[in-house]
Design a protein around this ligand. Structure first.
Ligand code: IPM
Ligand code: MG
Length: 358
C-alpha cells in the first residue's frame, strides 16, 4: 500500500468547506483504487489563528510542512484583516521558502458549463497558464517612508533573475511539449517595462533553442487579454510573470465558466520540497457557512495533487467523476446559476466514483 502524507490547511472563509468536500472525494478515490492511502494532518492556520496569536501560522510553520508529500490548501483572507497581512503571513510564507516556483493553472470548459464567450462551446478553450511564483512583482522588495507626510514615498520593486526566469520558461516549454499541440505563448510587457520584461523576452528566445519541436510566440499582456477573449482557440500553454499571470488566470477562470471551478498547483518541480495544491478562488465571505460553495475547484485541485503523487489512474477517475457531475445542471451550485449545495455535489462525485468500474 502506497501511503501519501498530506498536510491540509483549510484556511479562511469557504476554505474549510471545500477542503472537507475535497478530502471526502479523495478518500473515496483512495478506497476505490485500493492501492494507496492518504494520511491527512490538519493545520488550523489562517485568520482565526491570527486573531488568537497575532500570526497567521506559528514560528517555523513552513518547516513543519517539509516532511509531507503534498499540501492541500483552501483559501486565505478575512474581511477584518488587511489582505497583504493574510497573504504574506500564510500563502506566500509557504510558497516562497518551499520554492514552489511553478504555479500551474489549467483552464477548460467542463461538460455542462457555459462560457460567457458566445462562440465557444468547449474544445476551443483548453489552456494551461504557468505563473512564475517566486519573484517578479511578488518579490516583496520595496518600502514606504514618511507615512502621512506630503513627502510620503512607496515603492514595489519587481525582481527578475536569470535563474528565476529561465527555470520558469524552461518548465513552460517542457509542459507545452507534453501537450498535444506543443504550443507556447510567452507573455510580457516589454514595450513599456524595458529591463526585466526585455530580459524575459531574451531568456525565452534562449530557452526556445532547446525545444525546436515546440512552436512559440510572444504577446504583450494587454493584447493577450483580447486574444484570450476573441481567439481562445489560438492558445494552449501560456507563461507569464507572477502578477501578469495572476490577472490572466482570473480572466481565464471567468471565460471557462466560473472561478469556483479553477484549480492550481504550486509546484517545486525538482521535488525537493512538498508542492501545494489549492483552488484558485478565494475565501468568499459572502457565501461562507451557507453550504453552497462550489467544491469543483477543490476536486480538480485534488486531481492535480493525485497526478503529482503518481496516482494517475485515481486522478483520471476523479476527473471523470467531476465531469459527470458538472454535466448535470441540477448539480450546479449558485456560482454556475444553479441551486445545488456543496453536500449534494460532493455526494454526487462520490457516487460517480463508487460506480466507476474502470
Ligand atoms: C491567486 C490570488 C492571490 C494572489 C491573492 C489571494 C493574493 O489572487 O492565487 O491568484 O494574487 O496570488
Ligand atoms: Mg489571483
Amino acid at each position: 500500500m502506497r501511503i501519501h502524507k498530506i498536510a491540509a490547511i483549510p484556511g479562511d472563509g469557504i476554505g474549510p468547506e471545500v477542503i472537507a468536500a475535497g478530502l471526502e472525494a479523495l478518500e473515496t478515490c483512495a478506497q476505490r483504487d485500493g492501492g494507496f492511502a492518504l494520511k491527512i494532518e490538519h493545520f488550523d492556520w489562517g485568520s482565526d489563528y491570527y486573531k488568537r496569536y497575532g500570526v497567521m501560522m506559528p514560528d517555523g510553520g513552513t518547516d513543519k510542512l517539509r516532511p509531507f508529500d503534498a499540501i492541500y490548501f483552501g483559501a486565505v483572507g478575512a474581511p477584518d484583516i488587511p489582505d497583504h497581512i493574510t497573504l504574506w503571513g500564510l500563502r506566500l510564507a509557504i510558497c516562497q521558502p518551499l520554492d514552489q516556483y511553478a504555479n500551474v493553472r489549467p483552464t477548460r470548459i467542463l461538460p455542462g458549463i457555459t462560457s460567457p464567450l458566445r462562440h465557444v462551446t468547449g474544445p476551443e478553450l483548453d489552456w494551461v497558464i504557468v505563473r512564475e511564483n517566486s519573484e517578479g512583482e511578488y518579490a516583496g522588495v520595496g518600502g514606504r517612508v514618511h507615512k502621512g507626510l506630503p513627502e510620503e514615498v512607496a515603492t514595489d520593486v519587481a525582481i527578475f533573475t536569470r535563474s528565476g526566469v529561465t527555470r520558469i520558461i524552461r518548465f513552460a516549454f517542457e509542459l507545452a511539449r507534453s501537450r498535444p499541440r506543443k504550443l507556447l505563448t510567452v507573455v510580457t510587457k516589454s514595450n513599456a517595462q524595458r529591463h526585466g520584461m526585455v530580459m524575459w523576452d531574451d531568456m525565452a528566445a534562449e530557452v526556445a533553442r532547446e525545444f525546436p519541436d515546440v512552436t512559440w510566440d510572444k504577446m504583450l499582456v494587454d493584447s493577450m487579454t483580447m486574444r484570450m477573449t476573441l481567439r481562445p482557440e489560438t492558445l494552449d500553454t501560456i507563461v507569464a510573470t507572477n502578477l501578469h499571470a495572476d490577472i490572466l488566470s482570473d480572466l481565464a477562470a471567468a471565460l471557462a465558466g466560473s472561478l469556483g471551478i479553477a484549480p492550481t498547483a504550486n509546484l517545486n518541480p525538482e521535488r525537493k520540497t512538498p508542492s501545494m495544491f489549492e483552488p484558485i478562488h478565494g475565501s468568499a465571505f459572502d457565501i461562507t457557512g451557507k453550504g453552497i460553495a462550489n467544491p469543483v475547484g477543490a476536486f480538480w485541485t485534488g486531481v492535480m495533487m493525485l497526478e503529482h503523487l503518481g496516482e494517475k489512474a485515481a486522478a483520471a477517475r476523479l476527473m471523470k467523476a467531476v465531469e459527470r457531475v458538472t454535466a448535470d445542471p441540477a448539480l450546479h451550485t449558485p456560482d454556475l446559476g444553479g441551486k445545488a449545495t456543496t453536500r449534494q455535489v460532493t455526494d454526487a462525485v462520490k457516487r460517480a466514483l463508487e460506480g466507476d468500474n474502470s
